[in-house]
Design a protein. Structure first.
Length: 278
């Protein structure tokens, strides 16, 4: 698949931003000092590595990767330039957060919030690149919903896996954080599903321009099975996460399985998104 580097790039960057955002989102449920914080040095280092790998994958899509810096010349009029610049800001803030955590042994929460906001701005710019492209299946608010939704779903799922795999140091606090993440994941899945009827109506009413050799609508129809599987994984994963809300102590197996299904669903839906030639 020619667009596979973009699949890796978008998912890894969205995961890095989403994980940072979810650390901040659940900070109220977790103790903020010492070894009891979720925002540990290994967590932030892994976030930085994921973002770096995503950026590296994006260069593989270019014919001449060394020319990538030329894209920074048009910040005032190009979403691509803005996306690259904001990605650099996000990476820099992650690096500073890691450095401060190493030096002060305390999580720099205000800086992490600023990092998450910079990441969200970067994700908005990323979605805008595709929404303003000539591919008809991308020219809808659904593109923003899918990309920004992936930020939340990937971040929440990865943090859920971290909570499930590591023995609890504060079971009550972790359960509160897990329930908050589960509700957020379910809300995002439902919102994206509610957008789909309007999105399909938009595609049905669209007069397709000639974009040879690309055939986005034909490819869209050909990927119906892939999209359906992705949506089923997302919905099933969100429902499994919600089962933890009905149990006094939650369910680690449901937590892990639900998170894995959501991550699989995001991968399948992104593969379908970037399949634009039949």
């Amino acid at each position: 698949m020619h667009e596979f580097p973009l699949v890796i790039f978008t998912l890894f960057m969205q995961g890095a931003v989403g994980f940072t955002l979810m650390l901040c989102f659940t900070a109220g449920q977790m103790p903020r000092a010492g070894r009891h914080t979720l925002a540990t040095l290994p967590a932030l280092v892994c976030t930085g590595i994921a973002a770096a790998l995503g950026l590296l994958a994006s260069t593989l899509h270019l014919g001449y990767p060394l020319n990538a810096f030329n894209a920074l010349r048009h910040l005032s009029c190009s979403w691509l330039s803005r996306e690259i610049a904001l990605a650099g800001v996000f990476m820099a803030l992650i690096a500073v957060s890691i450095l401060l955590l190493m030096m002060k042994r305390a999580t720099p929460w205000p800086l992490l919030w600023l990092t998450a906001l910079a990441g969200l701005a970067d994700m908005f710019a990323m979605a805008s690149i595709y929404c303003h492209a000539s591919v008809v299946t991308w020219q809808h608010v659904n593109t923003w919903a899918m990309f920004l939704g992936s930020v939340v779903l990937i971040g929440a799922s990865v943090l859920q896996l971290r909570l499930a795999l590591r023995p609890a140091f504060n079971a009550k606090a972790e359960l509160a954080a897990s329930r908050r993440l589960s509700l957020l994941a379910l809300a995002v899945v439902l919102i994206r599903l509610l957008i789909q009827p309007a999105y399909y109506h938009f595609l049905a009413q669209t007069v397709v321009p000639v974009t040879f050799p690309l055939q986005p609508l034909s490819a869209f129809n050909a990927c119906a099975g892939l999209r359906l599987t992705g949506w089923c994984c997302s919905a099933a994963g969100a429902m499994l996460l919600m089962t933890g809300l009905t149990r006094p102590h939650g369910s680690r197996s449901s937590q892990m399985t639900g998170s894995a299904l959501i991550l699989l669903g995001e991968l399948l839906l992104r593969l379908a998104f970037f399949t634009i030639d039949a």
